[in-house]
Design a protein around this ligand. Structure first.
Ligand code: MN
Length: 255
């Protein structure tokens, strides 16, 4: 790939910009993803040979006091960037995977060559999950109203929002080790709460829990340890204040 050296360099440059100032980084990245509202992440492996971090729609400090600034900064610019970098490394050495969308990659883990299968699972999943996670949170969306369809589906299953949140948090606190807790939608529109380990996603062919994720909470320690240390339940109690129900509603209605 003759462009891989260039893309690697632009990568490093992007990383430096993130550290220098999120404002500038947002400006650059927003352009690349403008008009790409329906999909949460770039769908196609770009011609210049690299996936990249999607733009954050808010500053690192915007979710305070619920999600602290330093956690946001490290989680986004270090953890998420590492998933992106390692996903690109796996794809650069696997020509048959080049040109595939991220969604296509994570939905077909078993089809990936064995030499990169675990890398695509972990880092492709990491890229997809975190891209969704940043979109799902919004400092202004705490009290926004859920769509009628989503509200009906939630009420049909849990009767009220407090019960839903309590069941979700119970599932998330019960997840041993690192992983994600999801609200998923089945093909009939019904909702369920499921856990997946590590960076697995319910869209993955190898996932034991399948469905369309419309809300996902990262329960890796890196998502909360700086502020809450070992108290995962405190993090879970706080994060509901910044869940963007308009975005969740949108994902619910898109299938
Ligand atoms: Mn994470």
């Amino acid at each position: 790939m003759k462009n891989s050296e260039n893309s690697r360099r632009s990568f490093i440059k992007k990383g430096a910009l993130t550290i220098a100032g999120v404002g500038l980084f947002n400006q650059i990245d927003m352009k690349a993803y403008a008009g790409n509202d329906e999909v949460i992440v770039p769908e196609t492996f770009p011609a210049d040979g690299a996936f990249s971090l999607p733009a954050l729609d808010y500053d690192y400090a915007a979710l305070e006091p619920y999600i602290d600034t330093m956690t946001m900064q490290i989680h986004y610019s270090k953890h998420h960037q590492t998933y992106v970098t390692k996903l690109n490394e796996a794809i650069e050495k696997t020509p048959e995977l080049q040109g595939k969308s991220l969604k296509d990659l994570i939905m077909n883990i078993n089809a990936a060559p064995e030499s990169v299968r675990t890398a695509i699972r972990n880092h492709g999943g990491g890229h997809y999950n975190h891209s969704m996670f940043w979109k799902m949170m919004n400092p202004k969306a705490a009290d926004s109203i859920t769509s009628d369809d989503l509200r009906k589906a939630l009420m049909a299953k849990w009767n009220d929002m407090e019960t839903f949140k309590s069941e979700f948090n119970k599932s998330a606190t019960g997840l041993f080790g690192s992983g994600w807790t999801w609200l998923i939608k089945d093909t009939a529109g019904a909702l369920s709460i499921v856990n997946t380990a590590n960076q697995d996603n319910p869209l993955m062919d190898i996932s034991s829990q399948k469905g369309k994720p419309i809300l996902g909470i990262d329960v890796w320690e890196h998502a909360y340890y700086l502020k809450h240390q070992n108290k995962r339940a405190d993090y879970l109690a706080a994060i509901w204040n910044v869940i963007d129900w308009n975005q969740v509603s949108k994902w619910y209605s898109e299938m």
